[in-house]
Design a protein around this ligand. Structure first.
Ligand SMILES: *Cc1c(COP(=O)(O)O)cnc(C)c1O
Length: 378
């Protein structure tokens, strides 16, 4: 069976979505079934949209097994706005520093925003400060090529919170465990691996994930927030940047991105009904990643994994070739063969195959086959 260009989209974000979801989206652009209106012209104050929000929240709760003391919010501003909203809410005026990990490009962005709001400490530093980490072909000199081990982390028990990123999308590093102390509020950016595996959500005070890697189009960010932690929230945030505003308004404080939210609903239905839940999704994602890492590991050093083996991401498989020239040739040949989105993030170069939920095993097998053939010819 021929795979379409869309099925071979290995983009780091926005990521590929399941075909069955896209077909429903296509129909909804013209007319949402039972409503008769285009999704682009339905009021966010309609009963139909109230039901969309209700079902979406319900689906997220059941996928994660969330207890009732958690809020599920659909916010705007992307993960980047959460980088600010979190320290504005829980760090302003604090005398104790929040603990942050610097494990890659995106956590680097999160620290910069926290520093503006209050005292913070970088508990672990995986590379040079700043974001530019130029491509290097000597593995030992690659910054952000591994994640910290438990004995390298000395958590502050009085920190207002501890923040980390579960999957560093640019570097292809993913934690395979929950980090931090259970008595310090735990905050996690799961933008690039949310709903890709079970995550023990009830151990976090706040989880956030924008939609455009694994869940849908850009424009909506899912926030899962433990109610009790709001008691510690500062009182001086502007209305739009106050979590309590959005809780009170059931995420319809102002005009929400109706289209993006509807697509996320379709993706959660797909996860529940077609995939059969997060444990199944995790098994599929594990098999997909294993296929690519196997090709890398069996290539006699032709393909060089950027990430330490224990910290390899199931979502973003990053690697280098023997030279920049090889990499350019690889990307050109891949494009010719129908694969897209394989260039590494502009800050690090190299190759990155992003294999989010919507990317199928068949597509991964096709890429693995291509990599073997390319190696044989070069
Ligand atoms: C892509 C990405 C971001 C940036 O998100 P925006 O929605 O563009 O603000 C933040 N964190 C992680 C982990 C990402 O992968």
């Amino acid at each position: 069976m021929m795979l379409t260009p869309n099925q071979l989209n290995f983009s780091g974000g926005p990521g590929a979505l399941p075909e069955s979801v896209l077909q429903q989206v296509q129909q909804a652009i013209i007319a949402v079934p039972d409503v008769g209106l285009s999704i682009l012209g339905i009021s966010h104050r309609s009963d139909w949209f109230a039901n969309v929000m209700h079902e979406l929240e319900h689906n997220v709760r059941s996928l994660l097994g969330l207890p009732p003391n958690y809020h599920v919010l659909m916010l705007q501003g992307g993960a980047t706005q959460q980088f600010s909203m979190i320290p504005m809410t829980w760090l302003r005026g604090s005398t104790e520093a929040a603990d942050y990990l610097h494990t890659g490009y995106w956590s680097g962005k999160s620290l910069t925003e926290a520093q503006r709001e209050g005292p913070m400490r970088v508990l672990w530093q995986g590379g040079a400060i700043g974001n530019a980490t130029p491509l290097s072909h000597t593995p030992s000199s690659i910054p952000f090529s591994r994640l910290p081990m438990d004995d390298e982390l000395d958590f502050n028990p009085r920190a207002p919170y501890f923040h980390y990123i579960s999957n560093e999308t640019v570097e292809g590093l993913q934690f395979q465990r929950v980090l931090g102390r259970d008595d310090v509020p735990r905050v996690c950016d799961m933008s690039s691996d949310f709903l890709s595996r079970p995550c023990e959500a009830e151990r976090y005070s706040l989880i956030y994930a924008h939609a455009q890697k694994n869940l849908g189009p850009a424009g909506v960010t899912v926030v899962v927030l433990r109610d009790e932690w709001l008691l510690q929230a500062k009182q001086d945030a502007p209305g739009f940047l106050d979590y309590r505003t959005h809780i009170a308004a059931h995420s319809i404080y102002n005009t929400p991105p109706v289209f993006a939210i509807y697509v996320v609903l379709l993706v959660t239905r797909w996860l529940l009904n077609e995939v059969g839940g997060l444990a199944n999704m995790h098994a599929i994602n594990t098999a997909k990643a294993a296929r690519l890492y196997q090709v890398i590991d069996e290539s006699d050093g032709f393909y060089r994994s950027r990430a330490a083996v224990a910290d390899r991401s199931l979502m973003n498989v990053t690697f280098n070739l023997p030279s920049v020239e090889h990499e350019q040739k690889f990307l050109a040949a891949a494009q010719q063969a129908g694969f897209s989105g394989l260039a590494g993030h502009r800050s690090v170069g190299g190759i990155r195959a992003s294999i989010y939920n919507g990317l199928t095993q068949e597509a991964v097998d096709a890429l693995a086959g291509f990599m073997k053939v390319f190696r044989g010819l070069n």
